[in-house]
Design a protein around this ligand. Structure first.
Ligand code: PLP
Length: 400
């Protein structure tokens, strides 16, 4: 891997090798350029950095710990460690980039944060950031998702956000993205669009990665302090790829650390039953950037599915797409059943109820541990599972 990785990627046009960029209408392109220029100017300033540091420490509760899983390691072999993003405020890693994006909005004099949400996790994190900074918050959400994700809709409203129901097309995430972009383009001076992962047009994949780097930087230092070495393996789940990119970025230049990005295998490997973009997709274009895409012959994104709603996106971050081609990260698949089993294993052996998304990474770690009992494994536990418990009990019940 190249030295100076972060100076090299992305390039000035937002490309990671063949992936990324900004393939968007001219008005939007101009806005993205403004955000990009402002980001470079502001985010390196002492006042921005020290304010973000203070927020992370006093508001989010960072650094989150790294935890050694004694009973899990005893049962499966290996030495399994968790980076506890479930203990970050609001219970997942998403707040890391939402606080960064909202702080940038404040520096730019914006009054309103606009975003789409699918399962509602990004909406809740952004509504939290908006409340902290006293900014307005408008979350676009498909009507189908509003009905499915009632608790998160209520959370957003309690936090003071406006939830805009999207009533056209399939009434899910894709329509919500279009609707949010439209709303943003009506008032780009006073508002800012806040993307929820390392996806979308440049500069968002870069900004979101940079705001998530804190996860990897902390974890690398904590792991070294605990063990005197770097982990043999680092594992994270990949939806759009923000928690994985935050974690991997700290280890990318350490060739001796094997990196694993885990995608959802859903209920089968048939198209429509999974969201294994990297394993089964092909290079293409989605939402204004190039990446691996699950697509049909016409280049339309395929329907996707996973038991973990935070992982079901037919595209993936451009940087992951490049890291796959460079073979620096291994991308592999965990299906619904394996994720549910891991959900219960971690709950019962360690007293930690993981998010279903994170359970995919845990499940893969258990496989690795069995295969390589002499090695260490650091897992990014991207979030806690409270949001998933009603669904799991209803659909799967308790294990025998
Ligand atoms: C949203 C979410 C993910 C997936 O998003 P990435 O951008 O791939 O990290 C993973 N875990 C949790 C807990 C989430 O809420």
């Amino acid at each position: 891997m190249a030295d100076n990785y972060f100076k090299k990627y992305p390039d000035k046009d937002g490309f990671y090798g063949n992936y990324g960029g900004a393939f968007i209408p001219p008005v939007l392109e101009a806005e993205m350029k403004k955000i990009n220029d402002a980001y470079y100017a502001v985010s390196k300033s002492h006042s921005f950095i020290s304010e973000l540091r203070s927020i992370r420490k006093h508001y989010q509760g960072r650094p989150t710990p790294v935890y050694y899983c004694n009973r899990l390691s005893e049962k499966y072999g290996g030495r399994i460690y968790l980076k506890r993003e479930d203990l970050n405020h609001t219970g997942a890693h998403k707040l890391n980039h939402c606080m960064g994006e909202a702080l940038l909005a404040k520096y730019l004099g914006k009054k309103k944060l606009i975003a789409e949400t699918g399962a509602g996790q990004h909406g809740v994190a952004l509504a939290t950031a908006a409340a902290y900074f006293g900014l307005e918050c408008e979350i676009h959400m498909g009507e189908v998702d509003i009905a499915k994700e009632h608790p998160n809709v209520v959370r957003m409203k309690i936090l003071g956000a406006t939830v805009v129901p999207v009533t056209h097309g399939l009434k899910t995430l894709k329509e919500a993205v279009d609707s949010a972009f439209e709303a943003y383009l009506k008032d780009p001076v006073n508002s800012i669009y806040c993307i929820g992962s390392v996806v979308g047009p440049h500069p968002f994949p870069m900004m979101v990665r940079d705001f998530q780097r804190v996860v990897g930087i902390e974890a690398r230092e904590q792991f070294f302090e605990m063990t005197g070495e770097l982990p043999d393996n680092v594992v994270a789940c990949v939806g759009g790829g923000s928690n994985a990119m935050g974690m991997f970025s700290a280890f990318i230049e350490d060739e001796e650390c094997a990196l694993y990005g885990i995608e959802p295998g859903g209920r089968s490997m048939n198209l429509g039953d999974h969201a294994a973009t990297m394993s089964l997709g092909t290079p293409g274009m989605i939402h204004g950037f190039k990446c691996y895409v699950l697509q049909d012959a016409q280049g339309n994104p395929s329907p996707v599915y996973s038991v973990a709603s935070g992982l079901d996106y037919p595209g993936v971050g451009p940087e992951h797409s490049m890291l796959k081609d460079l073979k620096r990260v291994n991308y592999d698949v965990i299906n619904d059943t394996e994720a549910i089993d891991a959900f219960y294993e971690l709950s019962r052996l360690e007293g930690i109820i993981p998010a279903l998304e994170s359970s995919h990474a845990v499940a893969y770690a258990l496989k690795l541990a069995k295969k390589n009992p002499q090695q260490s494994i650091l897992v990014n536990l991207s979030g806690r599972g409270d949001k998933d418990i009603d669904f799991i009990i209803e659909k799967y019940g308790l294990p025998k």
